[in-house]
Design a protein around this ligand. Structure first.
Ligand code: ADP
Ligand code: ZN
Length: 745
């Protein structure tokens, strides 16, 4: 009885209030095995659950202590600093420590496949193929799986099932029938093994680049915490600055993390990084298999890959001592995770850089207002400007097309005459066009097609959206008004609705230009692994004249054959019911305008809009960040929105609209109570109101938004709320999501 040991365990129970640990006795057979950082199986109520060991002590804290049943894994799951990171995430984002820790160590927990992966290949040889196709003609699922195995050999069972869109049992049946054969592959999985690495000649830096590298290098050598905002126009050579700074940090024996926004950006970055750092690079992105990710994770953890390149979640990588963290395109919304923990990679990067006394470098041609405000004189970030393009190339010419004139002249189609004319011209000259649509189009926005007017909420300055009951509604404060029949500004009766999908654009395009070969790239056409690259490379090979797509086509803007980029409707982002609508519009248009025409022939950009006079559209067309910033910052200040305030959004979801509304009302009452008790008069609360996507996947969604210039007060209110409710929605079958610093409302 003398040397008894007790473990503090964070149990993995799905809906779990607060962040407390439970104490369990370590049985004799597990002595020395149960350690900080292991996972154990324990009794919890009537269930048996798993949990994380976060502490050990010789003293019993409560009278009755149950015993640990068993150890779950052979090895340690997390380190001290990873638990600290999880605790910080839990505290900042109100998501619970268990959820946060599960996220921080996700690649290790998902290591369900053994090191040796069974890869699948079709056992059908070409001669038999027609017969097998015939044989499977009445089994479309099996046929789909065989076709997928032929097309993408070497996937594991789960991946093949996903690619073919069938269940695992179909795959297993095909194995049993001998139509699929299994090969076991036990080497470290290197998803980039097939990449040709092109050796690059070292370039000599431009003056602006050397200055940037010098400033950051100095901070790296001093070894203190420092944040830089690298504001560099597109094509100013930011990537080369990143690479040189990483070289510097490696010399100090520390590691570097680079984040890039989207999967579509990684292949070209990966090539650059691999060319410079070879096997020192570990790549992490969302389309890797769990096994591939785990292998890269291990290489980072054991120190054999000091250079990490990845998307958002790479900020959680187990890098022992990050001396430099780089966030490329720091303004991109994809850095915010849209499930719990709803973290922003930039916020996590700040935490990690501060903790490790490292340097954080944020790069962008269109910095977020949040970052730029901090980089103004007197702010905590240092601003580095790169204002010229590398090879002296000019920014492409941007032309704004006033869609109101089109309507007046009787054209009610998606395309303006000017854009159609330009596309015909390009087609004639064998040059390519990209047609760009904004992904987040709302079908319910109302705009006057004659004067461009959009109705806004008088209280929140947010665009009102149309509802089936014939009313317009504010998605922040729930203000409602009867939808007018005529435009209140100009009296016109052409009130139109936004929300044009890529498919409709493709159809209208095919009708207008029947001789054009069209490719489409959107969420529907890119579900398969590698389909992005396939579409883009087909386009690059000249297999189509026009590529229609959402944000994903942005990368295609670098293709030299493309000399025209058309933006269908700048207004669909401009009038999103979100206080960042202006910022998002500017960023998107500036990105399009800045990346087009990188080849030998100059590029042209046509932007169609009903509000060509809007400052965000104007500034983007002139490549003028500063003009945009000056105007946007006044709007935000006037309304008291971020970055002049901290914001939290509480979203209630459920299948029963009334129950969701009632729960949201109850939460609002709770919050009002906390605010009164804390004298939190500086806190704004609006709602409940239906969320802009009021119904999604069968769920009704109502939200409440809180914001305050006094961050401390807002935190106190939220901490109270978390203590009392544990983040659980008040009602059966309802869910609550807490979003701190929301990116999309
Ligand atoms: P950004 O990320 O700022 O938009 P990139 O990093 O993509 O710009 O650089 C634009 C182009 O200029 C790339 O093709 C890159 O290889 C090239 N480049 C960068 N620095 C130099 C340099 N010092 N000399 C010559 N070419 C350079
Ligand atoms: Zn409102």
């Amino acid at each position: 009885m003398s040397n008894q040991l007790f473990a503090d365990v964070l149990v993995e129970v799905p809906v779990f209030k607060n962040d407390r640990t439970y104490q369990y006795r370590v049985p004799e057979k597990l002595e020395g095995l149960v350690q900080f950082g292991t996972r154990v199986r324990v009794p919890f109520g009537k269930q048996k659950v798993t949990g994380f060991v976060v502490g050990l002590s010789a003293r019993k804290a409560v009278a009755r202590v149950k015993e640990i049943i068993d150890l779950v894994d052979e090895s340690l799951i997390f380190r001290e600093d990873q638990l600290s990171l999880a605790q910080w995430l839990a505290g900042y984002y109100f998501c619970g420590t268990v959820k946060a820790l599960q996220t921080v160590v996700a690649p290790v927990l998902k290591k369900t496949t053994p090191r040796a992966v069974a890869r699948l290949y079709s056992a059908v040889d070409p001669v038999q193929l027609p017969a097998v196709r015939e044989q499977l003609s009445r089994a479309p699922k099996k046929k789909a799986a065989i076709e997928a195995a032929l097309e993408c050999p070497g996937l594991n069972k789960r991946e093949l099932a996903a690619v073919a869109g069938v269940s695992l049992s179909v795959i297993n049946q095909l194995c049993a029938m001998g139509l699929l054969k299994v090969k076991t592959d036990s080497s470290m999985r290197d998803p980039y093994a097939h990449y040709k690495i092109v050796e690059q000649n070292p370039v000599s830096l431009t003056g602006e680049q050397s200055r940037a590298v010098r400033d950051v290098t100095r901070a790296i050598q001093q070894g203190g915490h420092q944040v830089f905002l690298l504001h560099g126009v597109t094509g100013s050579g930011k990537t080369e600055v990143y690479l040189r700074c990483i070289e510097q940090v490696l010399r100090t024996g520390r590691q570097a993390i680079t984040l890039v926004p989207e999967i579509s950006l990684t292949p070209q970055m990966v090539r650059l990084y691999k060319a410079r750092f070879g096997r020192d690079v570990a790549v992490l992105h969302s389309r890797m298999s769990d096994g591939e990710r785990y292998d890269e994770w291990s290489r980072i953890e054991n120190g054999s890959a000091p250079v990490v390149l990845g998307v958002r979640s790479a900020i959680l990588a187990p890098v022992p001592d990050p001396g430099l963290i780089i966030i490329d395109e720091e303004h991109e919304p994809s850095y915010k995770q849209d499930e719990a923990p709803r973290y922003h990679a930039r916020a996590v990067a700040l935490y990690r850089a501060r903790k490790s006394r490292g340097v954080l470098m944020l790069g962008s041609a269109t910095p977020s207002l949040e970052s730029y405000c901090r980089a103004l004189p007197g702010g905590s970030y240092k601003l580095i400007n790169m204002t010229t393009r590398i090879n002296g190339k000019n920014m492409p010419r941007v032309q704004l097309v006033d869609m109101r004139r089109e309507v007046q002249s009787g054209n009610s189609g998606i395309f303006s005459l000017a854009l159609l004319q330009k596309m015909r011209e390009k087609l004639h000259n064998n040059e390519q066009t990209i047609i760009f649509l904004n992904r987040r189009g709302f079908k319910t926005l109302v705009v006057c097609r004659e004067c461009g007017m959009v109705l806004k909420c008088p209280r929140c300055d947010i665009s009102l959206t149309y509802h089936a009951d014939g009313r317009l509604r504010c998605h922040y404060c729930n203000y409602r008004v009867q939808a007018p029949k005529r435009c209140p500004d100009c009296g016109g009766n052409q009130l139109g609705y936004f929300g044009t999908g890529t498919q409709r654009v493709e159809m209208e395009l095919a009708a207008a230009l029947p001789e054009a070969r069209i490719l489409r790239m959107d969420a529907d056409t890119t579900t398969r692994k590698g389909s992005h690259e396939q579409i883009l490379s087909a386009f690059a090979r000249g297999e189509a004249d026009i590529l229609v797509g959402t944000q994903m086509v942005a990368k295609g803007l670098d293709l030299p054959g493309v000399t025209l980029v058309g933006v269908i409707n700048a207004d669909s982002t401009l009038h999103m019911p979100d206080f960042r609508a202006g910022e998002r519009t500017f960023q998107l248009l500036a990105q399009v305008a800045g990346r087009a025409g990188r080849g030998d022939k100059p590029g042209e950009v046509l932007i169609q809009t009903f509000t060509p006079e809007h400052y965000a559209v104007q500034a983007a067309s002139r490549h003028d960040y500063s003009a945009f910033f000056q105007r946007e910052v006044t709007v935000r200040k006037d309304m008291g929105y971020p970055p002049f305030a901290k914001m939290v959004r509480l979203l209630v979801l459920g299948k029963d609209d009334t129950a969701v509304q009632q729960a949201a009302d109850k939460i609002r009452q709770h919050l009002d109570g906390f605010v009164t008790r804390l004298n939190g008069e500086k806190i704004q609360i609006v709602g409940p109101a239906p969320a802009p996507l009021a119904r999604l996947k069968e769920d009704y969604r109502w939200h409440i938004i809180l914001w305050s210039a006094d961050y401390r007060q807002l935190r106190l209110v939220m901490e109270q709320f978390w203590q009392v409710t544990g983040g659980v929605a008040p009602g059966k079958d309802l869910r609550l999501s807490i979003d701190v610093d929301p990116m999309h409302i």
